[in-house]
Design a protein around this ligand. Sequence first.
Ligand code: C2E
Ligand code: MG
Ligand code: MG
Length: 557
Amino acid sequence: MDSAYTMLSSIVRSIPDSVWRLAADGMVVEILEGADGPYPLGPDAAGQHLRDLFPEEIATRCLHGIGKVLEAGTVVDVGFEQAASGSDGGRTFEARFVRADQNEVLGFVRDVTKRNRVESALGSQNLHDSLTGLANRALLDDRLAQALRRTWRDGGGLALLLLDLDRFKDMNDTLGREVGDQMLISVARCLTEAVNDGDTVARIGGDEFIVLADGLEDASGVLSLAERLSAAVQTSVRAHRSDSPISTTIGVAVAIDGDSDAATMISNAETAMYHAKQVGRGRIELFDSELQRRLERRLDLESALRMALANDEFEVHYQPIFNVASGDITGVEALLRWNRRNRGLVTAADFIPIAEETGLIKSLGAWALRRACSDVVVWDRSGMSLGLAVNISTDQLVDKDFVELVMATTTETGFDPRRLTIEVSETAVLGRDDTAAQNLTLIRQRGAQVALDDFGTGYSSLNHLRQLPITHLKIDRSFTAGLTTSVLDSKIIESTIALAHAIGLGVIAEGVETAAQLNMLGEFGCDEAQGFYLGKPQSSVDILRTVATHRSTTESR
Ligand code: C2E
Ligand code: MG
Ligand code: MG
């Protein structure tokens, strides 16, 4: 016996696993017994075939594993159970096959009976989500790994669907955790009903669920399951609260014949989900390599954005705001622009969401505020006194130093804060804590105005309007667009204006693109308006000229 073989034998005697040497055809060459003693096969099994030693089903699984190992050279796990004998409750084994050489395979066989019993005892406590009773991340990982091994061995498709409830957080913040919890429980129940037997439904985060579906052969099967899940969520949400704006975004990853691993599948489903969210909520997106490329482009954009502030690539443009009754320009809204190197001007809509996600918005927003205040102060010198509206994102507004920052900026630039309007969205104001509302109250005490931007697109409720320290409503341009074509939209705008006036708020209509829209806004008594028809966002130099020209023509009339 050579020394390597002696060493192997003594190693095997000190570990729990026993080692089988098997020929490619399933003939047992030798059994080395491990420290845990008598295993399903003892040394006397040498010279016999697996088919003679085990029931047909187990033998076939082992032979299949041996075939795969010799073919692909990777490690293959095969689990099997030996039926009970006497008082023994049956035992469970796990065999890991590795290639020894061209014609031989080594099987490391371990008795996992005890481990399985402990796991199943702990299982119901540690493997399930306590709120919904669904599988948790640990159980999902385990099931996914098993399913991948099974499809690798037996062939077939496997899909991982990552579901995220859109706007759940807003709802949770607005209506309270208890309502949110009840909704999660009912969504969990509907998902469980919508999947096939044997599929796993897991909750892996606040409002994130994963469905692991087996036996799916093609993309259309996967997509119809995704649609079913999406509809199930919708039904349960509606049944729960008919006014809820919640929808579901689903990212899907697929593996065929086990050609993936658990980590890759989860990350692919996340990529698909991430992409779906960018295209628009409530979508289903399948992971593919084109998606991967698009994502890489997005990451490029992120890093370019990070450099842009240091490279001085941002500008502030200004859109004029008109008094509807008099036709005067009363102020401007500051809108960020990114003058991207070699690419030209990028509008705020294309990069603000990324700046918000990456946290860059805080420094960028502070820069924009300062730039805008100092621009307006410069215009004052040409006798051009204008009000200034500046957009503020959630992250800025919930910062405890926000008011201090605004006051320092106005003082240092010499801008009177009473001429400043802060534009915020409803979701920004309805944060988890009261910092946002407190900051708005403080800023109003210093004389600034507060406008609720994009009104009508968020959670708009009368209760918020009553509670929030705001001075103006800005009607979103999606309503303005329907003003002269949709009776419903015009009724909505007309009554919004009346309601706002009744509770002492001013109204600004956004996105006015035609004379007809402007006329109708005049009839409804809307206070102010802005839009391409009246004036596009323009550079600081251009806006100065626009305002001067406008004032001289209205004066000469
Ligand atoms: P917003 O505050 O609702 O600004 C109005 C957006 O509508 C602007 O897009 C403007 O160019 C566009 N717009 C104005 N009139 C019309 C019109 O007649 N028709 C159409 N189709 N569009 C019109 P922009 O500049 O891309 O800004 C998008 C959003 O980005 C803004 O929406 C605002 O929420 C955010 N944003 C812009 N600048 C800043 C900033 O300095 N800080 C922060 N935090 N957000 C900003
Ligand atoms: Mg705005
Ligand atoms: Mg708006």
